[in-house]
Design a binder for this molecule. Structure first.
Ligand code: ADP
Ligand code: ASP
Ligand code: MG
Length: 596
């Protein structure tokens, strides 16, 4: 008998009628011969209301104690599961509601952002075998001391996919208030199109770059345990296909599959810090110890042996991050700290980008045509992110959506084989063993690419269209650009660095020099650099990865030249002569988590 997990988000259980509708859906699935586990979120906006109440009783300016926050927030889901069980009972089927603790969803003790360590299956299995629909509270677990924990906002998706993984479910259905995963948020861009499929890696990037439809950690489970995830609209009753999140991308030929927006970002910049091994490590380890998640790290060589480092953080962490940064800069003996709290990040994501050139410059051109200035850029194999003024963010998102014609279905659909096999439960002990490490960092490998060169444009005029101009010129020479990073330069200026194959560096420099009369600034090139890459799952959500990397390189006395990060990889460019040593240092640093 197959087992399915059905997860219902807040809007899908917002009132009594919706709860009964969800209950009927689960009963139908059971009557069709499946065992059914439901994972349910708090009703409507209940979690927000609880957060608000906590704020009201804590007027001293401090945060409420995280443990009590979890105690409070977990009640939202408890209300829903009880009501759902009553509805099912009323409709004539058997149901039991269980809290995270009752199921045995064990987590670590980091309240409000706990990670799952293990899930026991005995109780759920017994109930399913006895003909019950099991209704599990999403978003919550317990730690070793039986304290209630929560997984972070939106975490019910993660509870659902994790349960599906451990139970070997044939699929995990996510019922929400839209028809599936769209090319971008359909509430912001009316032309957004529902995708039939999206690959794990694309969804991971999209979710962590702002596509709130899925909790990004749920995709890590989906990928690690091969759980087919179907995202569907809970208000649709025909057997609508929704979106399948699995190994394959929707299109065989498109460079870009989707676009996403992160609204509340703040950008921090330190200029003129000593360009020495250990500088990045000092800065980022301090921020990690303050639990500030850092993104879009861009490091550019500055003037006279100094470096400029910019990065983004969630705006809510700004005060804390500024204090930590200033303290580190004082310790390092120099550097100017500045920030911009009014920025948003617009990103494009697509597996096809890894093999096609001329993608980034199309994005830059589309923004330039709307006269939208880009203040920072980072790229990785399958995404390009830019930072823009927050008041232009929706226009920017629409412009890139239009440029890549995401509203139109792909010409050439990827051919899909049979759906991936569900996680197997043949050997329960093996599954439980794997689950012990369920949400731990998984590193696939550390690689060295010694074939690249770096080109840097220092202090060019910071006006809309710069990036478009530069990368169109480079692309017209047929040069394949890999990492691109842009950061803030001297007043009204910007720095751009990017990597190209070594054989193309002279040609690239000649090409960009031609533009410099117009743009101002200077060009420099390093004929030979080494790029070190760490790939895996959960690279960004585990804030320690960057720290570990910088620490290892610092210990090996290796200076980091350029950095770029994504959900599945971190790239750093270092001196070519230090490539091998860097590889050895990183392999050692990650030895305990590298998958065999
Ligand atoms: P639930 O309560 O069901 O978990 P969420 O509010 O967490 O629902 O997620 C659904 C919302 O995600 C949609 O209403 C939509 O506005 C937003 N969203 C953002 N990006 C996307 C996207 N790419 N595709 C679909 N929905 C998206
Ligand atoms: N109720 C929780 C929240 O609103 C978890 C979830 O809905 O996924 O964040
Ligand atoms: Mg959600």
């Amino acid at each position: 008998m197959s087992l399915i997990v059905q997860k219902f988000g807040g809007t899908s259980v917002a009132d009594a009628e919706k709860i009964r509708t969800a209950a009927r859906r689960a009963i139908r699935a059971q009557q069709a011969g499946n065992q059914v586990v439901m994972v349910v979120s708090a009703m409507g906006k209940n979690t927000d209301l609880l957060v608000d109440l906590a704020g009201q009783v804590c007027q001293g300016g401090g945060e409420p104690p995280a443990r009590e926050m979890d105690m409070l927030l977990s009640t939202g889901e408890q209300v829903s599961v009880a009501l759902m069980a009553m509805a099912i009972d009323d409709l004539g089927a058997k149901a039991v509601s269980l809290t995270g603790g009752q199921i045995g969803i064990k987590t670590d003790s980091s309240h409000t952002k706990a990670r799952i360590r293990s899930i026991s299956t005995d109780r759920v299995r017994k109930l399913l075998d006895d003909g019950y629909i099991v209704i599990a509270c999403g978003f919550q677990g317990i730690d070793d001391d039986l304290n209630i924990t929560t997984l972070g906002r939106g975490g019910s998706d993660t509870s659902a996919v994790a349960l599906a993984a451990v139970l070997g479910a044939s699929r995990c259905e996510i019922y929400t208030d839209v028809d599936g995963v769209f090319t971008t948020d359909p509430r912001l861009v009316a032309e957004a199109r529902k995708m039939d499929r999206v690959s794990h890696d694309e969804m991971l990037e999209l979710a962590s770059l702002g596509a709130g439809v899925m909790h990004s950690r749920s995709i890590e489970f989906g990928k690690k345990f091969s759980v087919p995830i179907h995202v569907k609209n809970s208000a649709v009753f025909t057997d609508e296909a929704g979106t399948v999140i699995g190994p394959e991308s929707e299109s065989a030929d498109r460079p870009v599959s989707g676009a996403a927006l992160t609204r509340d970002e703040a950008r921090l910049t330190v200029r003129h810090v000593p360009d020495l091994p250990g500088t990045s490590h000092a800065i980022f380890s301090r921020l990690a110890s303050e639990n500030v998640t850092v993104d879009m790290i861009v490091q550019n060589p500055g003037a006279g042996g100094t470096a400029d480092i910019s990065f983004t953080i969630p705006e809510g962490d700004l005060k804390q991050a500024l204090e930590a940064l200033q303290a580190t800069v004082d310790q390092l003996g120099g550097g100017e700290v500045s920030y911009d709290a009014d920025v948003a990040k617009v990103s494009i994501v697509g597996l096809g980008m890894a093999t096609q050139s001329g993608v980034a410059d199309r994005m830059f051109r589309a923004l330039a045509e709307e006269d939208i200035n880009i203040t920072a850029i980072t790229t990785s194999e399958i995404k390009v992110s830019v930072l823009v003024d927050r008041h232009r963010m929706t226009e920017a998102l629409r412009a890139v959506h239009r440029e890549f014609e995401l509203d139109k279905p792909p010409h050439e659909r990827a051919s899909f084989g049979e759906p991936a096999a569900p996680a197997m439960v043949a050997d329960a002990a093996d599954v439980v063993d794997r689950l012990q490490h369920m949400e731990e960092l998984t590193i696939h490998g550390v690689e060295l690419d010694p074939s690249q060169a770096r080109v840097s444009l220092i202090d060019v005029a910071d006006t809309p269209g710069i990036a478009a101009e530069v990368f169109e010129a480079v692309a017209s020479e047929g040069v394949l650009v890999d990492m691109i990073v842009q950061s803030v330069g001297e007043q009204g200026h910007t720095n751009l660095s990017f990597t190209v194959p070594q054989g193309d560096v002279e040609r690239t420099i000649t090409t960009v020099k031609r533009l410099m009369d117009k743009l101002g600034g200077s060009v420099s090139g390093t004929n030979h650099i080494a790029i070190l890459t760490v790939t895996g799952i959960g690279i960004r959500s585990h804030t320690g990865v960057g720290t570990r990397m910088f620490e290892a390189l610092h210990e090996a006395n290796i200076n980091v030249d350029v950095i770029s990060t994504s959900e599945v990889r971190v790239n750093v460019a270092v001196d070519a002569k230090k490539g091998e040593a860097g590889l050895t240092a990183l392999k050692k640093a990650f030895a305990d988590v590298i998958e065999q």
